[in-house]
Design a protein around this ligand. Structure first.
Ligand code: HEM
Length: 136
């Protein structure tokens, strides 16, 4: 009976570890995609001939934000349980702001407003700093 209990417990623990790794792996992957995408946008934001490509990249950024919203950063899942809800709200609020900016960016680029688009990219970099200072 005791060994059955140990086997069950070990099984549950390994399941939990697996779930956590899957979760972290996926936010890390999404962030890597976000990094590549944002770098490509940032390095061509002054070039109107790249606007159509960047419209597509802004749309990709929007999907990456949507996928990142329900994720739980590693740092938050390791916090004491009572601190997690407030921090999760902050994480989701920053990610939602990034999502809204990606929609604005798509619109500005579609309208060939490169000055406006550049200002949005600057705001996005500020959000990145805020998110990384708190949760990376
Ligand atoms: C333009 C905006 C952003 C870009 C380009 C960006 C890019 C990145 C990159 C390149 C990484 C490293 C991935 C790796 O491990 O190789 C990362 C990690 C991370 N970022 Fe962002 N990020 C942005 C915005 C944000 C925001 C707004 C938040 C939070 C609200 C955030 C939260 C995180 C977290 C929590 C990690 C660590 C992931 C983990 O747990 O492994 N990022 N990001």
């Amino acid at each position: 009976m005791k060994s059955l209990f140990v086997i069950l417990l070990t099984g549950l623990m390994s399941l939990n570890v697996f779930a956590q790794e899957t979760l972290h792996g996926s936010l890390e992957d999404l962030m890597k995609q976000m990094g590549d995408n944002f770098k490509a946008i940032g390095s061509t934001i002054d070039d109107p001939s790249k606007n159509q490509n960047n419209v597509l990249r802004a749309a990709d950024l929007r999907s990456i934000c949507i996928k990142s919203l329900p994720e739980v950063p590693h740092k938050i899942s390791e916090m004491p349980a009572e601190k997690q809800p407030e921090n999760l709200r902050t994480y989701q609020s920053l990610m939602a702001q990034l999502l809204l900016l990606s929609v604005d960016l798509e619109k500005s680029l579609q309208a060939n407003d490169n000055v406006g688009a550049k200002a949005i990219v600057v705001k996005m970099a500020e959000l990145r700093k805020a998110g990384h200072d708190l949760f990376k």
